[in-house]
Design a protein around this ligand. Structure first.
Ligand SMILES: Nc1ncnc2c1ncn2[C@@H]1O[C@H](COP(=O)(O)OP(=O)(O)OP(=O)(O)O)[C@@H](O)[C@H]1O
Ligand SMILES: [Mg+2]
Length: 245
């Protein structure tokens, strides 16, 4: 199994609210995508985290916009006047990440109610598992689309890979649930955790890690991701929001 590959045919506009300057592009399959650039400051590892975390969350029943790989020829952005964007496109020639664009979606701010205790607890537990610090009220990285909640922007998760922090250290790294948009759901976490733990098998993790293209990984990285995530699952008593069951 691999992610579908499309080719970018038109650069539509930059999404200036995103720190990594993602853009909206059209693909040769007539789809519209948010392109997350391999040449952005965070580098391809942010895209590796997007794939592993996004595809894991999807398989565990959460809504994540479809992910594809997208081939970029920087020439499609030649009429874009911004120098910074021109450089980003040039640095990102080749393979990038495409996130299905959700037209008319808006950022979740809690004003229209919350998705319920179970959904909130599940998202909180999973963000703690992958050490995702990008789900605060300042920036929820949750979109509301057709009245449902969609999870985006997992590029800051799995940060152990930036310096290959040891699996032992990552396994028991505490998680600051107080900063999470669904921190109120911490008491409901133990009730949803065991079902998630049972579903996160070595096979499932291997399957999502396999979706990352070779060119964004070093030798042995797939085994490292698997080892770190299995170790963290094992040590959940040390980081689980709401305490261990
Ligand atoms: N699939 C999508 N459909 C519609 N809008 C999107 C989508 N993905 C991202 N956006 C919009 O673009 C913004 C930036 O995207 P994203 O958070 O993925 O980028 P980032 O550069 O990683 O951002 P951050 O500054 O949060 O690190 C989002 O807050 C949202 O408003
Ligand atoms: Mg974001």
């Amino acid at each position: 199994m691999s992610l579908p590959i499309v080719t970018a045919t038109r650069y539509v506009l930059p999404l200036r609210e995103g720190g990594s300057l993602p853009g909206v592009v059209e693909g040769n399959d007539l789809g519209t995508y948010v392109i997350k650039f391999q040449g952005a400051g965070q580098g391809p590892k942010a895209l590796v985290a997007e794939i592993i975390v996004g595809e894991l969350f999807r398989r565990l029943g959460l809504r994540v916009p479809e992910l594809k790989l997208i081939e970029l020829d920087p020439a499609i952005g030649k009429s874009e006047p911004d120098q910074e964007i021109q450089h980003l496109l040039v640095r990102s020639a080749g393979l990038n990440l495409a996130v299905d664009y959700l037209p008319g979606s808006f950022g979740y701010d809690g004003s229209a109610g919350n998705p319920g205790d179970d959904a909130m607890a599940k998202i909180l537990w999973l963000d703690a598992f992958v050490a995702n610090v990008d789900r605060s009220w300042r920036n929820t990285n949750l979109l509301v689309w057709h009245k449902n909640l969609w999870l985006i922007d997992h590029g800051a998760a799995l940060y152990f890979h930036h310096s290959w922090m040891s699996a032992e250290k990552f396994a028991s790294l505490p998680y600051d649930a107080d900063d999470h948009v669904f921190s109120v759901a911490a008491p409901a976490v133990p009730a949803v955790a065991e079902e998630l733990v049972a579903a996160i098998t070595s096979e499932l993790l291997t399957e999502v890690i396999a979706l990352v293209p070779d060119e964004w990984l070093g030798d042995g990285d797939r085994e490292r991701y698997l080892g770190h995530l299995l170790a963290r699952l094992e040590q959940r008593a040390t980081w689980q929001p709401g305490g261990a069951a």
